[in-house]
Ligand binder design. Structure first.
Ligand code: FES
Length: 148
């Protein structure tokens, strides 16, 4: 069985190790290290990427489930909303240690595409990624900034 999907617009075909989590494939097989490993059990959000425009946790989906899917990682961010999020992140100076931030940015850009003017409550409901430095206030501020 062969599985075909795209990562940042480039087609990938895999036929072995189909039970491998996408996160492992991204980091160890195609050298996209911007997506981070945190918990490995779908809890922390450090590994967040987009699949068909939705934020998903790449540690919790295997290659065998990706037929026809479009995956986007932090390295592939390019459209207007995604650029606005990156600009806002820099302007607000969101990161502290920075480890979780690529996942936060992926989650925030997926949120803004579905809800261009989220309230604090909307943000709190959707942004479930964990930040051990506690940058949540700046993350909320940057999302509002990017929404303007
Ligand atoms: Fe995937 Fe924590 S590493 S959710």
């Amino acid at each position: 069985m062969s599985i075909s999907f795209t990562v940042n617009g480039k087609t990938h075909k895999v036929s072995e190790q189909l039970d491998m989590p996408l996160l492992w494939y991204l980091r160890d097989h195609i050298d996209l290290k911007g997506t981070k490993f945190g918990c490995g059990i779908g809890q922390c959000g450090a590994c967040t990427v987009h699949m068909d425009g939705h934020a998903i946790r790449s540690c919790s989906i295997t290659l065998g489930l990706l037929e026809g899917k479009e995956i986007k990682t932090i390295e592939g961010l390019s459209d207007k909303v995604e650029q606005a999020v990156q600009t806002a992140w820099k302007k607000i100076d969101v990161p502290q240690c920075g480890y979780c931030q690529s996942g936060q940015i992926m989650a925030a850009s997926a949120l803004l595409k579905k809800n261009p003017k989220p309230t604090d409550e909307d943000i709190n409901n959707v942004m479930t990624n964990i930040c051990r430095c506690g940058t949540y206030v700046r993350i909320r501020k940057a999302i509002h900034e990017a929404a303007d």
